[in-house]
Design a protein around this ligand. Structure first.
Ligand SMILES: Nc1ncnc2c1ncn2[C@@H]1O[C@H](COP(=O)(O)OP(=O)(O)OP(=O)(O)O)[C@@H](O)[C@H]1O
Ligand SMILES: [Mg+2]
Length: 250
């Protein structure tokens, strides 16, 4: 599929074991091959415990595979040192999680600024970019509010703004709508569609919702640590997700 497009994620033979050498050693991923192309919107589905988050943590350089090769955006990261991995991760990848992972007692604006602070951006540049990103996710009016003053959907929009701080080429989202009602989930999904279409950001989405998965370009099914199926999203590109909740993302 899409073989004329640049490959941004190219992982081969990914094996992940936990508790290596111990009595309770577990092999969770059994040799996964996965490619994702530039600008693609791919979803990963599968039952609880099938290894989706384990795989995403490896693709996002949060964890290392036990075996396998991984080329991320042209860089072979299989043998990279930890400091190199965190540098590449900060430059290329934005994460969005089910539980938002915002810093408590810290304003939306400061939350969005944090990754830019770690990347060494000046305070003025950070502030300007964070405000722009909060505007994109329609959260500018709530920029001075702390996470406990925001609804789940609002927190997730702040988390998405934060994920965009270092202008990542890839967003990895692990059940971003899992804790939200379907209407709020719809708004979050629309935002991902817009970031994908208007900014060309490659998105890998883990979801338990078949309905949302069918809207994505390609759906990968994971079962017991293997990819057992790959198909086109049945409703990809039909435009039925366009609720008009967001204007241009640029
Ligand atoms: N650090 C760890 N040590 C031992 N086992 C682990 C570890 N992390 C995950 N596992 C196991 O790996 C398997 C896959 O977990 P994973 O979190 O990847 O599943 P998942 O597909 O994301 O499930 P869910 O849909 O519930 O989020 C599970 O059996 C889990 O218990
Ligand atoms: Mg998971």
């Amino acid at each position: 599929m899409s073989s004329d497009r640049k490959t941004v994620i190219d992982a081969k033979g990914i094996v992940k074991k936990f508790n290596i050498g111990k009595e309770n050693e577990l092999e969770i991923l059994h040799g996964i091959d996965i490619k994702v192309y530039e600008g693609e919107f791919v979803s990963i589905v599968g039952t609880s415990g099938s290894g989706k988050s384990t795989l995403m943590n490896i693709l996002g350089l949060l964890d290392k595979p036990t075996e396998g090769e991984y080329v991320l955006d042209g860089t072979d990261v299989s043998a990279a040192r930890d400091d190199e991995l965190s540098h590449i991760r900060n430059q290329k990848i934005g994460f969005v999680f089910q539980t938002y992972n915002l810093v408590a007692r810290t304003s939306a604006l400061k939350n969005v600024e944090l990754p830019m602070l770690y990347a060494g951006m000046s305070s003025r540049a950070r502030r300007e970019k964070a405000e722009k990103l909060l505007e994109i996710v329609d959260m500018k009016e709530r920029k001075d509010h702390t996470p406990d003053e925001l609804s789940g959907g609002q927190k997730q929009r702040v988390a998405i703004a934060r994920s965009l701080g270092n202008s990542p080429s890839i967003i990895l989202a692990d059940e971003p709508t899992g804790a939200l009602d379907s209407k709020t989930g719809r708004i979050i999904m629309d935002l991902f569609h817009r970031l994908n279409e208007e900014q060309g950001i490659t998105i890998v989405l883990i979801t338990h919702s078949n309905e949302l998965a069918e809207e994505t370009e390609r759906v990968l099914t994971l079962k017991d640590g293997n990819i057992i199926g790959e198909r086109k999203g049945a409703n990809y590109g039909f435009g039925k997700y366009k609720t008009g909740a967001y204007g241009a993302c640029g």
